[in-house]
Design a protein around this ligand. Structure first.
Ligand code: ADP
Ligand code: ZN
Length: 619
């Protein structure tokens, strides 16, 4: 059974369990059933006439009752030794009155002082037990059916199920405000304007201004788009309805659209309010592309519904739709037409000042040690976004707590950074040979990084296994990089190949440790050739499909071009490998020094590495 299937049938024992429970509960409520002796009608009449019957009750032709003295039937040494029926001795009995029995039973009974009950004597079952045992299983099954239908369509289909799952943001005691957002000041200014729209709509309407209906936040994940939308609602003191666009797409066509309708309805009723649609690209992808099959109709209907709803706004509702995406380039142009998401705000990763400010926000409640310099942390975290920085602070706080420290120290933060960037240390035992191979490999990377002009400085070299890697050489730029030159990229490829080259030089063969380096080198080379026009044979045209996520993309790149691209990538990598070889061979003495130091200390800091290799740290 596949994993999915196992999961699917998990409910089977659950249902069986419920049915068994139902049965037990009903039986328990009914009470213990007395053992009954079944008498032939003639024997019963005998018992009545011999005044051994206390009371009876009847239902149809069945008569049940109690006896004064116990009776055994069939009699043990009776005239009819029955092999099929075991003798039963009991003071309660049951019998069947033949339909043709033309006797005056009632007279007979009253003559013998037998009480005739209206109810079955020992079946005084309360109403609810009867209902439970009678209808229980049915109710259970109906309930389950309802549950599964609901689950299968995840709230779709049958009446009342197509409500949107958007959660209404209940304003907490302290709503999110712009004070919790840092490092993206330009964006916050744009947002302040929108807050003003929401707070004083009349002022804008009097002047004939058109209040924006939709704001599209674009930017990489973790840059704070959701945070901004939430802060927007908090500042404007209006309700906030959030939904991820992917939630609208379900298996059943039409559900997405009806959920959108529902969401907008709720927001309109609560106006002024904000609707936040996360991952807009999940439904807002350009239509009619080569990807359009399967699940396509549903997406299109959902998208159309959003467009219809937004077009329906007169601008006086006070509902503003804020959407977020990290792939604005794949959005359907219809979404960006005037009157829809016509206000676009790009949220960029923070620069050093921004990172410092974000760190400050996330360390507000964290007791920091006296040695912590947030500016310094900001300077070694280029490329990290708000979510990463929050994660970093969290990781450092956990480390401090684990070490029973009272405050978070600088070491906690740098260690956390390594953990975040390089993965956690792995405790495996490596042989001396493996350790030497790893040391040579890492020293190779480091030598290229230290000696190649313009390369990112080496921050740390280590032969402690982390994540998937046996060792690591960590490099990062001094300043934030916004654009990368061709020579810098070639340097990156050269550095990635430095490990392999050093192994080749020292051992004459290479280990599998260089696998991810090759992948890195190839990935950079491919983008240089096909995206960035950095190859002479291809020239300044882009050969990349703009939608890497779709494997079904009909390639616009011809077979011939693809061969040329591959050849160019190979050429580029070959050149870089030669360059790496030249650098590493020319610095073999330095390499040996680094290897020896690594085998002894396992980890070398930036300062140690440059000192041991006797390389001047270029500024
Ligand atoms: P996105 O929606 O862009 O993927 P989020 O808003 O979900 O990013 O960010 C996740 C978390 O990261 C936020 O809740 C916040 O704690 C933190 N964060 C992200 N960007 C910032 C920022 N600019 N300032 C402060 N915190 C931020
Ligand atoms: Zn490597």
């Amino acid at each position: 059974m596949t994993k999915a299937a196992t999961k699917r049938f998990k409910w089977v024992p659950f249902v069986i369990g419920l049915l068994v429970l139902n049965w037990i509960a009903a039986a328990a409520a009914r009470g213990p059933q007395p053992r009954r002796v079944t008498l032939p009608y003639t024997t019963f009449v005998e018992q009545v006439t011999s005044a051994n019957v206390v009371s009876i009750s009847s239902r149809g032709a069945t008569i049940e009752g109690t006896l004064k003295n116990k009776v055994t039937y069939p009699p043990k040494q009776g005239p009819i030794p029955s092999s099929t029926q075991k003798p039963v001795t009991a003071s309660v009995f049951r019998t069947e009155r033949p339909t043709f029995a033309d006797d005056d039973l009632l007279q007979l009974l009253s003559d013998n002082n037998v009480t005739v009950d209206a109810e079955p004597i020992d079946r005084k079952i309360s109403l609810w037990v009867q209902l439970l045992s009678g209808f229980g299983p049915t109710i259970l099954l109906l309930g389950l059916m309802y549950f599964f239908v609901r689950r299968a369509s995840a709230g779709a289909g049958l009446g009342g199920l197509n409500k949107s799952k958007a959660d209404l943001y209940v304003p907490p005691e302290k709503p999110t405000t712009f004070a919790s957002v840092a490092g993206i000041d330009e964006v916050v200014d744009d947002m302040r304007e929108i807050v003003d729209f929401l707070k004083h709509p009349a002022r804008y309407q009097e002047l004939g201004g058109v209040i924006p209906k939709g704001v599209l936040l674009t930017g990489p994940p973790g840059t704070g788009k959701t945070l901004l939308a939430r802060a927007l609602a908090g500042e404007a003191e209006v309700p906030f309805f959030a939904a991820a666009a992917s939630e609208f797409i379900e298996m059943i066509v039409g559900v997405g659209a009806s959920r959108v309708r529902d969401l907008f309805e709720k927001a309109r009723a609560a106006a002024p309010s904000i609707i936040f649609l996360d991952e807009l690209d999940a439904i807002g992808r350009a239509r009619g592309g080569p990807m359009s099959f399967g699940g396509h109709d549903e997406r299109e209907q959902t998208l159309n519904q959003i467009l219809t709803e937004m077009d329906g706004f007169t601008g006086n509702e006070g509902v503003i739709v804020v959407a977020a995406t990290n792939r604005p380039e794949v959005l359907d142009p219809a979404l960006l037409r005037p009157g829809r998401f016509d206000r676009r705000v790009s949220v960029n990763p923070p620069d050093i000042n921004g990172r410092e400010a974000i760190l400050r926000i996330h360390t507000r409640k964290v007791p920091l040690g006296p040695d912590v310099d947030l500016r310094a942390i900001a300077s070694i975290t280029p490329g990290m976004v708000g979510a990463d920085l929050r994660n970093l602070v969290n990781e450092a706080a956990l480390r401090a707590a684990r070490g029973h420290e009272k405050t978070v120290s600088s070491a906690d933060l740098t260690d956390a950074l390594e953990r975040v960037q390089l993965g956690a240390e792995r405790h495996i035992v490596m042989s001396l040979l493996e350790r030497t191979q790893t040391a040579v490999h890492e020293a190779g990377h480091a030598i290229v990084g230290m000696t190649l002009p313009g390369a990112d400085p080496v921050r740390k070299i280590s032969i402690i296994p982390r994540g998937q890697a046996l060792g690591v050489t960590f490099q990062s730029p001094d300043k934030d990089r916004y654009a990368m030159s061709e020579s810098y990229l070639r340097g990156r490829i050269t550095g990635a190949l430095g490990g392999r080259v050093a192994e080749q030089l020292k051992f004459g063969e290479i280990t599998t440790g260089a696998e991810s380096d090759l992948a890195t080198a190839t990935a950079i080379a491919r983008r240089m050739v096909s995206n960035w026009g950095m190859s002479d044979a291809i020239g300044p045209v882009t050969m990349a499909s703009d939608d890497e996520q779709s494997p079904f993309e009909v390639s616009v790149v011809s077979e011939h071009s693809r061969e040329v691209i591959d050849a160019e990538i190979r050429l580029l990598i070959d050149e870089c490998e030669k360059n790496a070889h030249v650098l590493v061979s020319a610095n073999e003495a330095r390499l040996d020094l680094l290897v020896a130091a690594l085998l002894e200390h396992e980890t070398l800091s930036e300062a140690d590495a440059y000192r041991i290799a006797k390389v001047e740290r270029s500024e």
